[in-house]
Write a protein that binds this ligand. Structure first.
Ligand SMILES: Nc1nc2c(ncn2[C@@H]2O[C@H](COP(=O)(O)OP(=O)(O)OP(=O)(O)O)[C@@H](O)[C@H]2O)c(=O)[nH]1
Ligand SMILES: [Mg+2]
Length: 392
């Protein structure tokens, strides 16, 4: 302490200060120094904003002969979606169909006897829902005969009648949907499951592939995605963003390359890497364009050169907003590609989510997934009971 006091005294003398240094001065200065050091330490050790590295796998080129495009990795933006359960998302997504169609029907019959006039109004509303003429006719006929039998049909019994009719149109086909589309099971197969996704422009193919790939990778699957929409570079970039987010490998080729070549290379890559899934994204096309329909058939057939059983699922993505107009598309795609199933997207943006019923009834194809939004968690397995509960 003495040496610190004399050091301080010499400092005071050097700066011309007449004050006599004491032990109190030394303690005061030590306290100030301590305060400065502690403040500095707290400042430096404050939490820093950390960058979360995007999980990604390499993007590989397609056929070795094709010139590979320069790889430009789009910035991966994290999508902040409100934390909602699937049940909540589905209920919200289907609310438009529920309120615009069945909500109107129930408010119409509340307190009214179901006479011909009411039945006509119900029929009109159901037509607007695009359920399909035969489904509408069956509902009206059943309601009419039930109304004759009972003095007053309750809302619950009407819900039961409609629900039973709609269920009967779909339930027989739902058993055909393979479980591997939703749940990855490493032991169940040796070679990659090949899933080909087709549909008209903007139906939601690429988005759906992104969501499905994310789901499967989250379960530990190794997923290879073939970017066979070689018409538009932007389409490939869009898929690439999804694949990077999902942690799936994407196989791409130069713009304008032969789509079937990319499909072949994607499957080859999946086989070489012992991947669990190979998902093929295709360009949107109008079902009326014969040359484009032939081209997609070629992409499908080329896959069987590498695996005679591939593709294991050829799925048509249908946009619910299209309603019954999607019927014609679905018929043409089915005729050309012998489809295995359907995926219904954009059920959130439409009051025509019920169109699924008429289409399944006509094509006798099951629905595997239902989409109710653009976010990664806005797609899940189509569950008939859940669906009916939410639209009626
Ligand atoms: N609201 C809503 N939007 C969706 C859904 N699925 C896809 N979309 C949106 O629909 C638009 C078209 O989706 P894409 O996935 O690009 O459709 P695509 O079939 O690949 O389109 P092309 O490749 O051009 O034929 C995008 O803006 C998607 O975000 C859905 O379930 N709900
Ligand atoms: Mg696309």
């Amino acid at each position: 302490m003495d040496s610190l006091i004399s050091f301080l005294q010499s400092f005071f003398t050097a700066v011309g200060c007449p004050h006599q240094a004491t032990s109190g001065d030394v303690w005061g200065i030590l306290a100030i120094l301590f305060f400065i050091i502690v403040s500095l330490y707290m400042f430096l050790s404050r939490p820093q904003a950390t960058e979360v590295p995007a999980e990604s796998r390499p993007v590989v080129s397609a056929a070795p002969s094709e010139k590979v495009e320069e790889e430009v990795r789009p910035k991966v933006e994290s999508v902040v979606t409100p934390k909602m359960s699937w049940a909540e998302r589905l209920s919200k997504g289907l609310s438009k169909t529920r309120e615009d169609i069945f909500g109107k029907i129930f408010s119409l019959i509340r307190g009214n006897k179901i006479d011909n006039e009411v039945l006509e109004s119900i029929e009109e509303i159901l037509y607007g829902a695009d359920l399909g003429p035969s489904v509408v006719a069956e509902i009206i006929e059943t309601l009419s005969s039930e109304a004759d039998k009972a003095e007053d049909l309750s809302e619950a019994s009407i819900k039961g009648i409609v629900s039973n009719i709609l269920r009967s149109k779909i339930e027989n086909y739902q058993g055909q949907v393979p479980n591997y589309l939703f749940d990855f099971n490493k032991e169940s197969h040796e070679s990659p499951r090949v899933i080909m996704i087709v549909g008209v422009n903007g139906a939601g193919k690429t988005t759906t592939i992104g969501k499905v790939a994310t789901r499967l990778v989250r379960q530990g699957a190794n997923v290879v995605v073939g970017a066979c929409d070689t018409f538009r570079a932007a389409a490939v970039d869009q898929l690439q963003v999804w694949c990077e987010r999902a942690g799936a490998t994407m196989v791409r080729a130069k713009e304008g390359a032969d789509p079937s070549g990319v499909a072949y290379e994607a499957l080859q890559r999946a086989i070489n890497e012992k991947a669990d899934y190979c998902i093929i994204d295709t360009a949107g096309r109008l079902h009326t364009k014969a040359n484009l329909m032939e081209e997609i058939k070629k992409s499908k057939n080329v896959l069987s050169k590498l695996d005679t059983t591939a593709p294991h699922q050829t799925i048509l993505v249908l946009d619910a907003i299209t309603g019954q107009n999607a019927m014609r598309q679905a018929e043409e795609f089915h005729k050309t590609l012998n489809l295995d199933g359907l995926i219904f997207t954009k059920c959130d943006g439409s009051s025509k989510a019920g169109a699924a019923i008429g289409i399944v009834d006509k094509l006798k194809l099951p629905i595997s997934y239902i989409g109710v939004g653009e976010g990664v968690d806005d797609l899940d397995r189509f569950d008939l009971t859940e669906y009916l509960k939410n639209i009626i």
